[in-house]
Ligand binder design. Structure first.
Ligand code: PRX
Length: 650
């Protein structure tokens, strides 16, 4: 078996076609229609995407749909001008949606706010003017480090309005992680809040920002939204309260006409090597892609109440809380807090209270709820739900069945959506009125997505053969590069497989053409749907003075999908104690964020290595998972190392 051929062990034969009731009302309801549109999108992508793009309000028409002459650097809707915030807001002021609810928000403590499209437009204009007054301008980069409050969506749209690229950093990342991103992006301003509510406690965001931007000269402004009213320290001249900054500014702010290929945002993501990559998305293609996927994948109807539980700090929140749904004029629900605070039925209580119709979440959340017991969802009326979705990692068939039965009342279709920060929008997905779903499969490609299972030499593999999941044609919402590093973009995504985009997932395609994701083939761990690089966790461990060497691998975990297992070699005379474990965990939390803390930490005198000195991760993965290594160990330098590790190495 070669590296790219991956053995598949999952067999799942159940199929769930959409119910007649769902099909009748859905946007797209027949296989023939799907096939016709899909064929057109692949055979004549310029006709297909050119037509879709014209549904957006352009400020200047584009004169070419796609320029792929400089592949893999794509240009979509060449010559066109538009503004993403105008697509999300201004068009709805005159299309009958001005008084429709745009954001329906609930804080963790239970406070609520709603904004109509008209109100959101005014708030975004004021925010944009406040940023302008501080000297933020077109072409700048602005870091956003906030809790899930309406001002987060407003901040994103305000940046888009004035043509500054936003770089949202998830509020769970540490000051150090924020610093790396602010520096790499050359951000001139940071938007944050005093704090946010999470599990009944205040996350002190402003404090992290103070530590994170200390000494970075490019940052001239830190704008702070008041949320938790905790004490904050203040740097005069640099810091400004948002509520003061928006006081004397106008409610009118003309949207900046942006070239279709102007940068809309950067979003950092982990890769298997090197520092986090600033994934670059541009304006026209990204808006067209997120607009269309939201419409078809979620079968969006005018009166839907749509809730995607992701944080705006991840790509899912960018594409499917802000840009996609708002480009479609949807009513978007946002929730600040943890899924189980103050009680295990919190999500279901919110579904009942706000009459949520479309619910999009991560498999890790579903597994958590499944374990907490059916009595929690059963306490609430979930009959408003009509469609469920998942994203971020593969969902195991058992959790899928539970989701369908207990949350969806056996009535709601489930869309298991596969995509990535780099793809900008959903790539593999059922279309809920058409596709018969199979538990655990993201089913088939969306329009315009030429997905295939390839071997490293670019040949297509046959049914049920595991291989590399690749995309062979450009698509509008694709990344345009890595910030500041053109070559890394080519090397990372377009060099492993000849002529195709490949970003790390292994998969197989079954006899019906359905895709089954088999996980990452590189050194990226997916914990609770969040990508972390083993290398980054390793380097943070090694940066601790007591650590000599560290190897980090993933092991399967029932709730989080994968968990981080660290094998650590300590410096001479360092004693293994519980205090040391705590210290190392705290160190990783400080360097990267709490989500990167190893679930298991094993101390060992030596790591298994090949004779050439490479750490044998395959063996460590087996040790971490508690299974016998079946693979070849003939290159292992010192057999006793492995034996010691199995004995827990302590
Ligand atoms: O491994 C795949 C997994 O998440 C990776 C992308 O992570 P990120 O860029 O953080 O974006 C997450 C949200 C789009 C993929 O390479 N992944 C995402 N969705 C699925 C998935 N794995 C299996 N099934 C999915 N539906």
């Amino acid at each position: 078996m070669t590296e790219s051929e991956i053995e598949s062990v999952l067999h799942e034969d159940r199929q769930f076609p959409p119910s007649e009731a769902f099909r009748k009302l859905s946007r797209l309801s027949s296989e023939a229609e799907y096939q016709k549109l899909y064929r057109e999108s692949i055979d004549s992508p310029e006709t297909f995407w050119g037509r879709v793009a014209l549904e957006l309000p352009w400020m200047q028409d584009f004169d070419q749909v796609l320029d792929w002459s400089n592949a893999p650097f794509a240009k979509w809707f060449v010559g066109g001008k538009l503004n993403a915030s105008a697509v999300c807001l201004d068009q709805h002021l005159s299309n009958g949606r001005a008084d429709k609810t745009a954001i329906l928000w609930e804080g963790e403590p239970g406070d609520t706010q709603t904004y109509t499209y008209k109100e959101l437009h005014a708030a975004v204009c004021r925010f944009a003017n406040a940023l302008k007054a501080r000297g933020v301008k077109k072409g700048d980069r602005v870091a956003i480090y906030m809790p899930m409050i309406p001002e987060l969506a407003m901040a994103v749209l305000a940046c888009a309005r004035i043509g500054a690229a936003h770089s949202v950093v998830f509020g769970g990342f540490s000051a150090q992680a924020l610093r790396d991103r602010v520096e790499d992006g050359g951000c001139t301003a940071v938007i944050t809040a005093d704090g946010g509510w999470r599990r009944g406690k205040v996350l002190p965001l402003k404090q992290e920002v103070d530590a994170g931007v200390e000494g970075i000269d490019s940052v001239h402004t830190v704008m702070v939204v008041r949320r938790t009213e905790n004490e904050v320290t203040w740097k005069a001249g640099r810091d400004v309260w948002y509520h003061e900054a928006i006081q004397d500014v106008s409610e009118d702010c003309e949207p900046e006409p942006m070239d279709s290929e102007d940068v809309l945002f950067l979003l950092y993501t982990s890769g298997s090597t090197g520092k986090p990559k600033g994934i670059v998305h541009t304006t026209g293609g990204y808006m067209v892609g997120t607009y269309l996927t939201t419409q078809y994948v979620f079968d969006l109807q005018e009166d839907d109440v749509y809730w995607c539980t992701a944080d705006v700090g991840w790509i899912t929140g960018h594409s499917y809380i802000v840009y996609g749904p708002m480009a479609n004029g949807a009513t978007v629900m946002m929730y600040e807090g943890a899924p189980t605070t103050p009680h295990a039925g919190r999500f279901w209580e919110l579904c009942e209270k706000h009459k949520v119709t479309i619910f999009y979440t991560a498999p890790t959340a579903i597994r958590t709820f499944m374990r907490l017991g059916d009595e929690h969802p059963e306490r609430f009326d979930l009959s408003s739900l009509r469609l469920l979705g998942t994203v971020g990692e593969a969902i195991n068939p058992e959790a899928w069945m539970w989701y369908r039965k207990v949350i969806g009342g056996d009535r709601c279709p489930i869309v298991d959506t596969w995509w990535q920060t780099e793809t900008g929008g959903i790539m593999l997905t059922p279309l809920p009125g058409v596709t018969a779903t199979k538990p655990g499969s993201a089913t088939r490609p969306f329009f315009g997505v030429d997905a295939a299972i390839l071997a490293e030499d670019g040949t297509e593999l046959g049914p049920n053969k595991g291989g590399l999941l690749c995309i062979r044609k450009p698509w509008p919402a694709m990344l345009r590069g890595i910030w500041g590093d053109k070559q890394r973009y080519v090397d990372t995504y377009w060099s492993d497989v000849k002529g195709a985009y490949f970003a790390g997932d292994g998969a197989r395609r079954d006899e019906d053409g359905y895709f089954w994701i088999m996980g990452r083939v590189d050194d990226v761990i997916n914990v609770s749907g969040h990508r972390l690089s083993t290398m980054e966790v390793e380097s943070s461990l090694v940066s601790h003075p007591k650590v000599c060497e560290a190897a980090v691998v993933a092991r399967p975990d029932e709730i989080t999908g994968q968990a981080i297992c660290a094998f650590v070699t300590l410096g001479k005379d360092v004693e293994v104690t519980d205090a040391l474990r705590t210290e190392l965990n705290a160190h990783v939390a400080k360097e990267i964020g709490k989500l990167a803390r190893p679930a298991d930490m094993r101390f060992t005198d030596a790591l298994p290595k090949t004779r050439s000195g490479k750490i044998m991760r395959r063996l460590l993965r087996d040790v971490a998972a508690g299974v016998e290594s079946s693979g070849d160990t003939s290159t292992l330098e010192d057999f006793t190392v492995l034996a010691k590790l199995r004995g827990d190495g302590e």
